[in-house]
Design a protein around this ligand. Structure first.
Ligand SMILES: NC(=O)c1ccc[n+]([C@@H]2O[C@H](COP(=O)([O-])OP(=O)(O)OC[C@H]3O[C@@H](n4cnc5c(N)ncnc54)[C@H](OP(=O)(O)O)[C@@H]3O)[C@@H](O)[C@H]2O)c1
Length: 295
């Protein structure tokens, strides 16, 4: 099968490209003229066919889509990329008679969270509406938070103080999938002509209380679980921070990260039911396995 990966120079895009090639697909990847040379070199090493395309340039996208059965997007950005750019990619795919597309969704279940609650996920929901009436069939791959964030200390207990501060119910389950496994599921869905409209997968699902216990076991130190407030308290804090930072220079300000935390703490973004069994050859990494890996 001929697959096009857009955003292949990115962290996830390169992993998807490798998985598709390992699965025997014919893979074409895009990079921009401005993409970093070392990332282009890594892509070249995969054996994929490289073409230059930019989401801002429709003609380049139509050329990239020519002869392709499935488009996989792994782009990252704001409205100009996620909504405008990927809509241009969808229109190019229609023109090139591509059958299917996997948009760059890869998050908690934003089809169940409310409009206005999470800036980045609002953009992804808006893009998905562009598929209504399209000849290109979409599959949204939903995978929860990237599990790597737990190992990096960007989520979960503070690696220095061993305090895990959460909002809401500490027994609320959260979904996580390691980026390597996300790439495997995306590749499997790309090569599955019957892939569903939404594919909900998770490598592991654990509540903050369960997570604290896993960290205690691996770190061999007590972890203090601290409930900082209710989900309503988190709402109020996000609104205060957002009002003070309407046009942030940083595209991923703290209030945006807290919006993800709210979608998890409220349980609204929980992935259910899970579709892991559709691709049972993928045995995803658990949180315990990941944390126990030697560094
Ligand atoms: N669930 C989670 O916890 C989680 C965590 C992280 C990421 N994600 C999601 O995973 C997806 C990929 O993220 P990532 O971290 O792999 O992103 P990344 O490393 O920042 O890569 C972004 C890619 O988008 C490309 N791109 C940006 N603007 C473009 C344009 N105008 N035209 C063509 N290509 C463009 C970049 O190309 P250049 O190399 O040319 O810049 C790069 O290949 C996103 O949807 C992101 O939200 C989810």
């Amino acid at each position: 099968m001929n697959v096009l990966v857009v955003g292949a120079t990115g962290h996830l895009g390169l992993k998807i490209t490798r998985e598709l090639i390992a699965a025997g697909a014919q893979v074409r990847v895009t990079h921009r003229a401005s993409s970093k040379p070392e990332q282009i070199a890594q892509l070249r090493e995969t054996g994929a066919e490289l073409v230059i395309a930019d989401l801002a340039d429709s003609a380049s996208l139509v050329r990239a889509c020519s002869g392709v059965a499935v488009v996989v997007s792994a782009v990252q950005g704001m409205r100009d990329v996620i909504v405008d750019g990927q809509t241009r990619l969808l229109r190019a795919a229609e023109q090139a008679r591509v059958s299917r597309m996997i948009p760059s969704d890869y998050a908690l279940d934003f089809f169940k969270t409310p409009d206005g609650g999470n800036r980045n996920l609002d953009l992804r929901r808006e893009l998905n509406r562009a598929f209504d009436g399209s000849s290109v069939r979409p599959t949204s791959v939903l995978c929860g938070a990237f599990m790597d964030l737990l190992a990096l200390g960007a989520m979960g207990p503070d690696p220095k103080t061993h305090v895990y501060r959460v909002y809401g119910d500490p027994d609320q389950p959260y979904d996580f999938t390691l980026t390597d496994d996300v790439a495997k599921y995306i590749a499997a869905a790309a090569l599955d002509t019957q892939a569903p409209r939404m594919l909900r997968v998770a490598g592991d699902t654990k509540s903050p209380r369960e997570l604290a216990a896993v960290f205690e076991e691996i770190w061999k130190v007590p972890v203090t679980l601290e409930v900082a407030g209710s989900v309503a308290d988190l709402d109020a804090q996000i609104e205060r921070m957002r009002a003070a930072d309407e046009a942030p220079a940083n595209p991923f300000p703290l209030w945006q990260r807290m919006q993800y935390a709210r979608d998890m703490a409220s349980g609204r973004g929980l992935l259910t039911p899970l579709d892991n069994a559709r691709y049972s050859h993928i045995q995803p990494t658990t949180i315990r396995d990941l944390l126990a890996r030697p560094r």
